[in-house]
Structure formats: structure tokens, C-alpha cells
Design a protein around this ligand. Structure first.
Ligand SMILES: [Mn+2]
Length: 329
């Protein structure tokens, strides 16, 4: 476990929670299942401990995660009146900048800070850092934290933790899955979580607009390196024409990765002043390493980055040549 020392940091966390009156929790921009699941689980736990807890969220919640138990409790950074919190807990966030500018300011003005995460690019940016790079999800780390602190779970917390583990493992399919992942999942199922509702909400609620965006982006598909690399794009125009939201491009890159023979899938998303890069690999390409060349990072099989220009053709050329180098090794 890449951490100062799990037990020491845990007791530091215990003291920090016990002594804090006001606690803020937040995660990275563009919420996903692990980020929202870990915030919901932590919010539920702190509320059970009768702590005054504020759940801060930058962006809109994707429709598929609206079933999470505390999802309506969140405040946008603009709504935060407190100048400083006693404790700030960042979840599933590899570095401070991923919190977004406004939330980063709140983080920096808090008296004590905690970072609970599983990204191997995590830079230990808080006072207390609990980072397990072997964990499939922050929700897996959080399960360990709660267990070690002898904090009891309930159905709502279990639902939240299960959501994070399910989504960050691509439904228990990624290489990161370890025996412990299933052991934790088994523990969570004992809380009689609504397995069918969770799965239907997460995996079977794609809107018509989102489907139209998927179809449009698939029309842009290009193959490289004997069809081992597949690349698709989502332009600002695609979003306008389909009426899809920006988060509706979630899932496209996984769909492309699933094509037979494709080792790595690339999605390039056009923004006003940037191009956002997402990559997914199947067996051997290290996406995190490639993403680190483009202002990003993540995991071996799933990573992302940013080009600070909005020239899609240049981004395509650059990412393909970086990937070709990886294949040559
Ligand atoms: Mn995660």
C-alpha cells in the first residue's frame, strides 16, 4: 500500500473526524460512479456519526447515478458560505487541481485535510493520505477504512460502495479486480442492497440523445496499427446536433474498446479551448503512461488527459504516435 503508513494515517483520520465540527467532502470534476459512490458512502457515514457534513459537487449528476441515497444533498461551490471547514475530505481525487478551482480554494482554506484514493498518480496532497493503488476503486479503500475504524455500514452506505466498485471495475471485468474485490462485494450484498435497481440504473438507462451521440461518434471511427488502435471523436457540433449533454460521451470509449482485435480505444472530445483525451486498453497497453504525456494520468487500462488546444487532427496525430511507440516496445 502506497501510503505513509495505513494504521498511522487511520488513527490520524479517526482523531481528525472526532475533533472536527464541520466537514466538507468532495471529489474530482466530471463525476463518475466511484467518485459519487465514495462521497455518498462517506456522507452517509459522517451523518450517522452526527457530523455537520457538506457534500460539494462541481458538475451535474449523470442521470444513471441519481438513485444514490444522498445525491440530492449536494451543494455547488457557489452555494458554500463557510470560509473554512475544520476538515476537508477529498475522495477519488489524484491531485488538488482535479477538485476544480473553486473547491481547491475551499480545500486550501480548511484546517485539516484528508485524501482517500486509489490512483497511482496520487501526489499525497493532503495532511492525511490514505492511498491504496492496488484497490480497484476508492470505494474499496473506503470499505477498508470503515472496517478498520469499526464503523458500521448500513444499506445506504453499502449501496454507495457497491456502485463505486462496480463502475470502476467495468462490472468486475478489469485486470485490477483481485480476490479482495469480490470479498468486499460479497460483504456489501449482505446488506440486501437492491442489486437489480443499481444495475439497471447504471448500465441500462442510456437516453435516446446519448444513443444518438454514440452512433454519431462511431461514424468517425478510424483504425490504426493493423486495427489494434481504434479512435473516435466527439465534436461540439455532435453535442449540438444530438441534444446530448457533455457527460453523454461516457461509455463511448469502452464501446470502441470492445471491438474484436482492438487493443486500445481512444476518444477525443472537442472542447472550446481544449481536446479531452480518454483511452481504454484490453491487455497490455499502459494507458496511464501514454496519458501522462498529455497532461493526464489514471490507471493502466483506463486513463485520460488534456490537449491545451482544440485542433482535433493534431491531437489525433500526437496520441496515435505516442501509442505506436508503446506497441513498438
Ligand atoms: Mn476511482
Amino acid at each position: 500500500m502506497k501510503t505513509n503508513d495505513f494504521q498511522t494515517e487511520l488513527s490520524n483520520l479517526q482523531i481528525a473526524i472526532d475533533s472536527a465540527k464541520s466537514i466538507a467532502i468532495a471529489s474530482h470534476l466530471s463525476p463518475d460512479g466511484d467518485n459519487l459512490g465514495s462521497i455518498n458512502a462517506m456522507y452517509g457515514m459522517l451523518t450517522n456519526l452526527e457530523k455537520d457534513t457538506t457534500f460539494i459537487l462541481n458538475d451535474e449528476v449523470p442521470q444513471s447515478f441519481k438513485f444514490l441515497p444522498f445525491i440530492d444533498e449536494f451543494k455547488s461551490p457557489d452555494e458554500i458560505k463557510e470560509k473554512s471547514f475544520d476538515l476537508f475530505i477529498a475522495l477519488d481525487c489524484g491531485d488538488m487541481n482535479r477538485l476544480g478551482d473553486q473547491v481547491k480554494k475551499i480545500f486550501l482554506s480548511s484546517k485539516n485535510t484528508v485524501n482517500i484514493d486509489h490512483h497511482n498518480t496520487n501526489d499525497f496532497f493532503a495532511d492525511i493520505n490514505i492511498v491504496d493503488v492496488e484497490a480497484t476503486a476508492t470505494c474499496e479503500v473506503l470499505f477498508d477504512v470503515f472496517k478498520n475504524l469499526k464503523l458500521y455500514l448500513d444499506k445506504k452506505i453499502a449501496t454507495s460502495l457497491y456502485t463505486g466498485i462496480s463502475t470502476d471495475t467495468g462490472s468486475f471485468k478489469y485486470d485490477s479486480v483481485r480476490p479482495k474485490t469480490f470479498e468486499i462485494a460479497a460483504e456489501l450484498l449482505k446488506f440486501k442492497i437492491n442489486f437489480n435497481e443499481i444495475n439497471t440504473c447504471i448500465y441500462q438507462t442510456r437516453s435516446k440523445e446519448k444513443t444518438d451521440l454514440l452512433v454519431r461518434s462511431l461514424n468517425s471511427i478510424k483504425y490504426f496499427n493493423d486495427d489494434k488502435i481504434a479512435l473516435v471523436k466527439v465534436t461540439i457540433d455532435d453535442l449540438k446536433k444530438t441534444g446530448a449533454k457533455k457527460m453523454d460521451s461516457d461509455g463511448i470509449v469502452e464501446f470502441v474498446r470492445d471491438i474484436e482485435g482492438v487493443e486500445v480505444a481512444v476518444l477525443l472530445k472537442e472542447k472550446e479551448n481544449a481536446v479531452r483525451l480518454s483511452m481504454r486498453s484490453k491487455s497490455f497497453i499502459n494507458c496511464s503512461k501514454v496519458a501522462s504525456k498529455f497532461n493526464g494520468g489514471g490507471h493502466i487500462r483506463a486513463a485520460g488527459g488534456t490537449f491545451h488546444h482544440n485542433d482535433l487532427d493534431k491531437a489525433e496525430k500526437d496520441v496515435i504516435s505516442a501509442l505506436m511507440e508503446e506497441f513498438d516496445q
